[in-house]
Design a protein around this ligand. Structure first.
Ligand code: HEC
Length: 168
């Protein structure tokens, strides 16, 4: 999605072309690109549909998870420190391990990978999802005590208990 925005500053007109969604007034502009998702696409595929039974689909799901209470922290934790254990996604069981990406991706790149998944790999309306920011990722990473794939598994369990497992 390409958005062209015109910003008027003291009578000067500046034209910015950004890839991504714009955030509100005093928040920084969120910019993300397909590059941010390259590492993920190796497993979840470029269009996010995954490989049934091996790599779960994330298309339409990252945006849905982001709307569930606790979902944003879960996503950041899973991408940063990995995820392991038995999960069920769209009726299909997965028993795999996703390694953490915090060694390879900066906090800003992790935010942008999630923004790419939300805003480019969703078929429905995602205008109500706030973009992930670098600060969001830094905060969740620092609050996560066990920086391994068990942390996200715990969070996921709690979300499933509270909100069911019927994410699309
Ligand atoms: C080496 C393969 C691999 C890579 C690279 C990878 N993942 Fe994963 N991902 C997996 C596997 C396998 C699972 C399921 C783990 C399990 O069974 O517990 C998973 C799970 C997930 C989930 C949880 C889905 C759910 O329904 O709870 C999300 C979200 C996710 N990955 C997003 C990403 C993003 C974003 C990236 C890039 C930063 C990424 N993954 C990179 C293999 C990978």
């Amino acid at each position: 999605m390409k958005i062209i925005v015109t910003v008027l500053v003291g009578g000067m007109i500046a034209l910015f072309v950004v890839v991504g969604r714009l955030s509100l007034a005093d928040e920084p502009t969120i910019e993300y690109a397909a590059d941010d998702y390259v590492i993920c696409s190796a497993c979840h595929l470029p269009d996010g549909v995954g490989i049934p039974g091996v790599f779960p689909p994330i298309r339409n799901r990252v945006s849905s998870i982001a709307k569930i209470e606790g979902g944003r922290a879960y996503l950041i934790t899973a991408i940063s420190f990995g995820l392991m254990g038995n999960i069920e996604v769209a009726g299909m069981p997965y028993f795999g391990v996703m390694a953490g990406n915090s060694g390879m991706l900066s906090s800003n790149q992790i935010a942008n990978a999630l923004n790419y998944a939300v805003f480019e790999l969703s078929d429905g309306d995602v205008t109500d999802v706030l973009p992930f920011t670098n600060a969001d990722v830094i905060r969740v990473q620092s609050e996560t005590l066990t920086k391994g794939p068990g942390a996200a598994a715990e969070l996921r369990k709690k979300i499933v208990e509270a909100a069911g497992d019927q994410w699309p």
